[in-house]
Design a protein around this ligand. Structure first.
Ligand SMILES: C[S@@+](CC[C@H](N)C(=O)[O-])C[C@H]1O[C@@H](n2cnc3c(N)ncnc32)[C@H](O)[C@@H]1O
Length: 200
């Protein structure tokens, strides 16, 4: 799921945990219901979100990953209801229920959306938050502009590009943190917590 870079898993979970704890203690984030976007088989759900949230929904474009999650990787959590709904669709088509989530967590997936789909997705996500809920984005960032990978049709955006798209979607930045402890030679990774300018 991490393209052979299992070495990033431990520092990834460690810094995500610090980030969510900061959102809880400094910004009063509640921890009842999260949604893991671009979930894959549920690495982030299993090792991070379920440690902090009572229930976690998953959205993933590849239905085989969700099947692996419910039959094997997250079987018990699916059976006992801690993993809730599994949506087998692309984020560009995800129209979440309004007012449902405390956190929408998007990690290493937004590089697969076009700018316009990303803006629409972020806008819809913000509408699906409870009061004081947050959209969290954790993504690789380029040093400037866009870096296109024609092999997997992904695009790595700079932090400035992301931040201008957040603004376009009507979101403001509540907190931002840079990932630490990754091996040299990888893209820098940033985490943002976002809320709607309109509703919060
Ligand atoms: C690099 S993996 C990251 C998985 C997980 N977020 C993690 O950090 O372990 C990217 C995942 O996003 C999924 N994906 C790609 N494009 C997507 C889209 N448009 N909507 C939803 N999921 C997508 C892929 O199928 C894959 O499971």
């Amino acid at each position: 799921m991490l393209g052979g870079l299992e070495v990033v898993h431990v520092p990834d979970i460690r810094d995500s945990t610090k980030f969510i704890e900061k959102l809880r203690t400094k910004h009063g984030l509640k921890t009842q219901y999260a949604c893991d976007c671009g979930a894959g088989i549920g690495r982030v759900t299993k090792h991070f979100l379920l440690l902090h949230f009572e229930t976690v929904d998953m959205v993933e474009q590849n239905s085989q990953f969700l099947e692996a999650a419910s039959s094997t990787y997250l079987r018990e959590e699916k059976q006992n209801g801690r993993v809730g709904q599994m949506f087998s669709l692309g984020l560009q088509d995800f129209d979440p229920v309004k007012g449902r989530y405390d956190v929408i967590w998007c990690q290493w997936v937004l590089s697969h959306l076009t700018d316009s789909d990303l803006v629409k997705f972020l806008h819809n996500s913000a509408q699906s938050l409870k009061h004081n809920g947050m959209v969290c984005v954790k993504e690789n960032v380029a040093s400037r502009g866009y870096v296109v990978d024609s092999e997997d049709s992904s695009v790595t955006r700079s932090a400035e590009v992301y931040e201008s798209l957040f603004k376009k979607a009507g979101l403001k930045i509540i907190e931002v943190q840079t990932q630490t402890g990754f091996p040299d030679g990888l893209f820098k990774v940033k985490m943002w917590a976002l809320q709607s300018i309109e509703f919060n």
